[in-house]
Design a binder for this molecule. Structure first.
Ligand code: SDN
Length: 146
């Protein structure tokens, strides 16, 4: 039963598990541990980090896409951190959760100031089971592209 028309009820504990999951998932990405990041998706997981680009499918596809994307930073001593906030969960009829999340990508180079770009809206479908959380699909919108 919804708490209100706009704020769906979510079972106790799910939000904290999702926050914990996102922290590990995004720290894996920012540390360049692409296999670990891909392992946070279901085996058939779908990942689209940039609009109008073909989505990566499956864990091997996600790893390959991330290696290809990050080649632009070869020789560039850059640190990128993906900050998530405002995690809005909506239970789906099949037991999964839809999550819309605000994400900021913060980039820093040695001695430089942090730059924030892009600002994103993330659309995830999360499979939350007794002992695991996995991303079934992720589609990232960029706020400057409208
Ligand atoms: O995994 C994400 C990403 C992501 O992987 C991104 C990548 O480059 C690789 C979760 C949530 C948001 C994002 C956002 C991005 C931004 C994207 C393109 C760029 O940085 O220019």
């Amino acid at each position: 039963m919804p708490e209100s028309n706009v704020v769906p009820a979510v079972p106790d504990g799910v939000l904290v598990r999702v926050q914990h999951f996102y922290a590990h998932q995004m720290q894996a990405l920012d540390a360049g541990r692409f296999e670990d990041y891909a392992a946070t998706f279901t085996k058939d997981g779908i990942f689209q980090h940039t609009p109008n680009a073909d989505p990566a499918v499956g864990r091997d596809g996600i790893v390959a896409e991330l290696h290809a994307f990050h080649r632009r930073f070869d020789g560039d001593p850059v640190r990128r951190r993906h900050w998530f906030d405002h995690i809005a969960l909506t239970p789906q009829d099949d037991g999964s959760f839809h999550a819309t999340v605000y994400a900021l990508v913060v980039t820093v180079r040695p001695g430089g100031k942090p730059e924030i770009a892009p600002s994103c809206l993330v659309h995830d479908v999360l499979v939350v089971e007794d002992d695991s959380v996995l991303t079934r699909s992720r589609r990232v919108e960029h706020d400057q592209m409208f």
